[in-house]
Every structure is written in structure tokens, then in C-alpha cells.
Write a protein that binds this ligand. Sequence first.
Ligand code: NAD
Ligand code: IPM
Ligand code: MN
Length: 358
Amino acid sequence: STVLKIAAVPGDGIGKETVPEGIKVVDAAAERFGFKVEWTHFNDWTCENYAKTGTIVPGGIDEGIKILKAYDSIFLGAVGWPGVADHISLWDLLIPIRRAFGLFANVRPAQNLPGVRCPLANKKPGDIDLLIVRENVEGEYSQVGGRIYQGTEDDIAIQEAIFTRRGVDRIIRYAFELARSRPKKHLTSATKSNGIIHSMPFWDERFNAIKKEYPDVKTNQFHIDILCARLVTNPEWFDTIVASNLFGDILSDLAPAVAAGGIGVAPSSNINPKERLGLFEPVHGSAPDIYGKGIANPIGQISSGAMMLRHLGQTEAANAIDRAIAKVLADGIKTGDLGGKSSTSEVGDAVAQSVATV
Ligand code: NAD
Ligand code: IPM
Ligand code: MN
């Protein structure tokens, strides 16, 4: 029977609490649907290790990339911890993995789920169904630039954003493909071509060129500022949204907050649609403010496990996990961030149990 080889990287903080719950649920789904998952645990790839040795991965990130190549996918918790500057830790693990494997599409769904109170009045489960498609390897996240006169009164920081035609075209085209597969067949482009004079007009130009290939998909464009406002006042206007790296980062925290009151339930996939190896991780970070209390919401992690199984062809197992999540939330088994009283592992146990039958 099928054996999936998965690299589990819990990372820092609540990643260490949520990844075991994700594994528990994926294993329960595998058991039911007759395949196996062989996990390799990289528990020491942490900021703690960075503080001790100067790298997150023992031997450095290039070594880490070589190791990860052997797996079908990577299941990650969160990276980042006080004491190691975030621009060091994130550029020593998460961002290099996204880039080295060409995982240019960061797909981040956000829905209002049964049993989860939407912070907007009069919105019921099913009303909000968003898919943020974020460019994941270029754009505003760039190493080009630098500091001049650092530490003086004349200090200057220069940060170049890089938008390549190849990079822009492939994310827009993939977003059109995803939009086409959804009931509303609607794609919004997040732009800022009124204020950012090189990259965003180029983004618009490519969006308008590529949309001719998808006459069946309805489209519109919003500047990022009013898009944020409209997501709060009129979220039902939106379906699939394609955005650059930074805009997509912001939208993908906003969308689950609007739909589900926070980021604890939000999953993500980092993929190259033509490749098998992907990186699957919740949208949230390591949450130092709640780590160690057993109260972190594991749903974002578990749901990322479903996205991983779907990407690896285990569609039925992925669908069962989604149904189990909906059932457990509807039953009121929820962590504190959703207004519930259950612990991280109680929610994980309930989803794992439900996955066996739901
Ligand atoms: P965060 O997502 O870690 O936390 C933001 C807020 O949301 C906190 O109040 C936290 O308690 C809450 N929260 C997050 N996840 C939750 C969950 N599952 N259940 C309940 N509450 C949850 O963002 P931050 O505080 O800006 O960042 C903390 C660290 O994580 C930083 O080092 C940052 O760089 C890193 N980070 C990593 C990733 C990643 O690995 N993909 C993503 C975001 C932030
Ligand atoms: C995310 C995170 C990362 C990002 C950070 C931690 C570098 O916020 O995955 O959304 O901006 O991509
Ligand atoms: Mn983010």
C-alpha cells in the first residue's frame, strides 16, 4: 500500500504543541483510508538550536534542504522565538525552504465554519468563503538592498521589490485555475498601482493580459487599502484573491480574522503545482504569549494536514479531516481563542476520533 514519507518540523513555540495534533489526525485518516505515513521528526530545528550553534538546522540550511529533498512533503509548525531576531530565524529556515523548492504558490483558504462565531453581525456558516493566493518567492520579500551610513544620523535602509514576468505570470495563472475550479469562478487582483509606480502597474498589466485566457472567470481589481476595508464590510463580494508576497501575507491574516474571528483555524499550502514536494503549515506563528499552556488552537495545523493529503492525492482522507473539523467545532469542542474551554490535545483527540467515522 501507499507510504507517504513526511518530514515533520515543529519548530518553535506552539508549533511544538500543534504539530503532534496534526500528526495524530493525519495518522487517523491514513488508518481509515488504508495508507501509511512514515514521519521523520526534526525536533531540533529550532531557534533554541540557533542560539546555541548559530544555525537552526544542524549543519546549516543548505544541509537542511538536501535532507528535505528525500520527502514527499514537509509538515511545519512555526518558526521564530524571542532572543533570535525574526529576520534571522525566518531567513534561516522557512523562507529558504519556500525558495529552494520553488514553492511559488501560498494558498490560504478562510471560511466561516460551523460552530465558530464570525465577528461580523448577520454572517452565518457558508457566507464567507475566501481563497487567498499569495505569491511566495519574490516581490517585496527580497534580499536586494541594504543599509548605508548605518548607525549614524544619515542612516538609510533600501529595500528593492523584485517582480519577474515569470514569477508574476505563474501565480496569476495558477490563481485563475483555482478560481475556475470554484463555484463562484471569481478572481480579485490585489494591487496598489496608484501609489507604487513600477511593480504594481506591471502586475496589473500581466493580470489583464492573462485574464484573456480565462473568459469564464469573472474578475475585478482593488487597491490593497480599500480591499482590506471591503473584506471587513463586504466579505461576500470576494472569492479567490491573488496578491503579491507582502499583500498576500497581510490579507491571509485578515481573511480568517474576518471569517472566523482569528488565525488559529487558518491553514496553508506552499506548493509548486507541478511538483510533489510541498510545505504545509498553519498561517499563524509560534505565539510566545500562549506557548506552554496547552491552549493553542490546533485546527490551523490539522487543516494544513488535510491540504497536504489532498496535494499528495489522498482526497478522501483530506475530505474526512475537513468534515471532522466541522463536526468537532459544531459540537463546541474548541480552544479559548474561539470562545471554548478545550485544550489543544482535547481538540486534536476529538478530531482524530471523529475522522475514523465521519
Ligand atoms: P503569531 O501568529 O505567533 O501570534 C499572533 C497572536 O495570535 C498571538 O496573540 C497568539 O497568541 C495568537 N495565536 C496565534 N496562533 C494561535 C493559535 N493556534 N491558537 C490561539 N491563538 C493563536 O504572530 P506574532 O506574535 O506576530 O509572531 C510570533 C513569532 O512567530 C515571531 O517570531 C514571528 O516571526 C513568527 N511567525 C512565524 C510564522 C511561520 O512560521 N509561518 C508565521 C507568523 C509569525
Ligand atoms: C507567514 C509568516 C511569514 C511570512 C513570516 C514569519 C516570515 O508571516 O507565513 O505568513 O511573512 O511569510
Ligand atoms: Mn503571515
